[in-house]
Design a protein around this ligand. Structure first.
Ligand SMILES: Cc1cc2nc3c(=O)[nH]c(=O)nc-3n(C[C@H](O)[C@H](O)[C@H](O)COP(=O)(O)OP(=O)(O)OC[C@H]3O[C@@H](n4cnc5c(N)ncnc54)[C@H](O)[C@@H]3O)c2cc1C
Length: 584
């Protein structure tokens, strides 16, 4: 029997910890990383003024040490784990309603915004607290961003406390159940009733991806984070050979944790990076993945050799996407050609003789990614990113994707894209993660220095034959074989892999929220209300962020400019507060 069916069915069976009635509207926020904090900020901006007669309780549930920062930006993590977003792009505050469709009829933006909560952008905050890092183009440690986000949270909380009774509960919510027209939250042995529940659980904490194949458990590291306990010398001894499954941003963090994190140092001479080992790192680090395709460096805007008049190109093609009025947009026939055309137009302004991006992209997909090809692609992208080389098709395609993304989000989200387009979209979006949303150039240069130091070995990267023995992993490719005595899984769970025993899985298993057949995402409306099996938004419940990826594009970001769900959620809740007549 499902654990969710064993819940008490009637009020009589339950001991409800907040059952005393004071007529207040009760709001629960489940998960308070960056998204939860952004939603609370929007609530403050729209909750005021509420009638004196209305009381509002807000409870914020999260077991994380630092609200606002969550796990990803935990202030105690090592400094070599860096943001992959330049500092100038991070601002926890906004003065205007965010995202597209601001003028919708959901209530957001229509209420009197009597209170403006504001604070410094990351760059302004750095100028005061970490002046040596206060450079708009810098990729700062995630720990520093976490300190910033936590301070922002404290400011939001202080403002909210002037409007509502606010309480922090430092525990994880296990289950959410419908209870009449309210919602019942289960936390440890306690149960609480709420009128409004917002679920912003993001990654649902650090956890391994499902179906991790192990050699012996002590030799398999199922998850990279948090790096200190997971990749400690006790688990991965000095001088061992370690295979790493996965070749994305998580693999880069793993490689840096095993080298820089063990006291090794990177030196720069005339733009050339070298690695000085500490002697405590693994002897060899062997990444492997299905495609073997590398991530490319993100360009530094102030250095890259691109003409200044590109904005017009992006504006033109953004407008083209904006003006599409198809009810069901075909990604391959409509959106992808616009993206490629934008990239080709940009490239033409720089170098008319460059090949078209479509041709380059075909080569990218069909290339044989051996050690040399990977090193060259990475090196080349670092040089383009730093303005040491002219721009090229991958730069143009990446720049087009990033520049048009703000229009792709509304064109693809909330079912606007044809469901048949999802297979192609997913395949191309995965490539664009590598091409457009890769690491900062400095991190790729560190990896290349580890290659030159004969620590990182790409020779087994693309679809090797992997044989799991009792105590080791045998990995073979192109006639070569290596034996790894440790295996690290550098792949984080996808948005579809909800944590079993967590609130998202509980809602899905009870059939309260639906997963979209084509995307697997939890379908929500623009205010974050999940769509129930009858196609109606569920009142009093909102899910915002990563679990909705597929219904909403590009959730997993610090950017506040892409999505308006927090704003509309807050607008709807504020409206409910204003009309609240109490409940016994
Ligand atoms: C390793 C890594 C690096 C990244 N780097 C960048 C980057 O450089 N730039 C960028 O823009 N984005 C980056 N991201 C994406 C990042 O996830 C987002 O920027 C941001 O953290 C999303 O915020 P969130 O609040 O939706 O989710 P999260 O940050 O995951 O926060 C969710 C919060 O919910 C809490 N929670 C989870 N389950 C429960 C529960 N059951 N009950 C109560 N609370 C719960 C968690 O403790 C956490 O505090 C990175 C992600 C990862 C994994």
């Amino acid at each position: 029997m499902s654990i969710y069916r064993s819940r008490p069915q009637t009020m009589d069976d339950l001991v409800i910890s907040n059952s005393q009635s004071d007529g207040a509207l009760r709001i629960a926020v489940v998960g308070c990383g960056p998204k939860g904090m952004y939603c609370l900020e929007r609530l403050v901006s729209q909750l005021s003024p509420i009638p004196d007669s209305v009381r509002v309780h807000v409870t914020i549930f999260d077991a994380a040490d630092y609200f606002g920062a969550g796990n990803v930006y935990h202030p105690d993590q090592p400094d070599f784990l860096r943001l992959n977003f330049a500092a100038k792009h991070v601002n926890a505050w906004m003065t205007e309603p965010s995202g597209p469709n601001n003028g919708s009829s959901l209530g957001g933006g229509q209420l009197c915004n009597a209170k403006t909560v504001a604070g410094p952008s990351l760059l302004q905050w750095l100028a005061i607290h970490e002046p040596t890092l206060a450079d708009g183009e810098a990729y700062v440690p995630r720990s520093v961003v976490g300190r910033y986000l936590h301070e922002c949270y404290q400011r939001v909380r202080a403002e909210l406390s002037q409007l509502a009774d606010v309480c922090e509960d430092r525990r994880s919510v296990k289950q959410i159940t419908r209870y009449g027209d309210r919602w019942l939250l289960t936390v440890d042995q306690d149960s609480f009733l709420y009128d409004e529940v917002l679920v912003t659980v993001g990654h649902e904490g650090w956890r391994a991806a499902p179906h991790v194949e192990t050699i012996v458990p002590t030799r398999t590291i199922p998850s990279v984070y948090p790096v200190q306990p997971q990749l400690s010398p006790r688990k991965i001894p000095p001088q061992c050979t370690v295979a790493v499954q996965g070749f994305g941003l998580t693999w880069i963090d793993a490689a840096l944790a095993l080298t820089e994190g063990r006291g090794g140092t990177f030196d720069r001479h005339d733009g050339e990076w070298t690695y000085q080992p500490s002697g405590t790192e693994p002897n060899r680090i062997i990444p492997f993945s299905r495609s073997g395709r590398p991530m490319l460096a993100k360009p530094t805007d102030t250095l890259v050799r691109a003409p200044k008049n590109l904005d017009e190109v992006w504006r033109l093609h953004c407008k083209q996407i904006h003006d599409i009025d198809d009810r069901e947009i075909d990604f391959e026939k409509v959106l992808w050609p616009i993206i490629c055309q934008a990239a080709n137009d940009a490239l033409e302004l720089c170098d008319a003789s460059a090949p078209r991006v479509e041709q380059w992209f075909d080569d990218w997909l069909t290339n044989d990614w051996d050690h040399m090809a990977i090193v060259q692609a990475m090196q080349h992208s670092c040089e383009v990113a730093a303005g040491q080389r002219d721009v090229d098709p991958p730069w143009a395609l990446g720049q087009a994707w990033r520049s048009l993304y703000c229009e792709l989000v509304p064109a693809i989200s909330h079912g606007r894209m044809k469901s048949e387009s999802w297979v192609v979209f997913r395949r191309i979006a995965a490539e664009m993660e590598r091409i457009a949303f890769g690491p900062p150039g400095e991190n790729l240069r560190r990896i290349l220095a580890l290659v030159r130091a004969n620590i990182v070995d790409f020779r087994f990267l693309q679809s090797p034959h992997v044989c799991r023995n009792l105590n080791s992993l045998q990995i073979s490719n192109n006639g070569r074989t290596a034996i790894a005595d440790r295996v690290i899984h550098a792949v984080i769970p996808t948005p579809l892999n909800a944590s079993l025993g967590g609130p998202i899985a509980s809602l899905v298993m009870q059939g309260l929220v639906m997963r979209n057949k084509a995307t697997g995402a939890i379908d929500i409306d623009p205010a974050g209300n999940p769509i129930d099996p009858d196609g109606n938004p569920l009142p009093g419940l909102a899910v915002i962020g990563r679990p909705t990826e597929g219904c909403v594009l590009g959730n997993d970001t610090l950017s506040r400019k892409l999505h308006s769900h927090p704003h509309h959620w807050a607008g709807r809740v504020a409206k409910r507060c204003a009309n609240w007549r109490g409940k016994s």
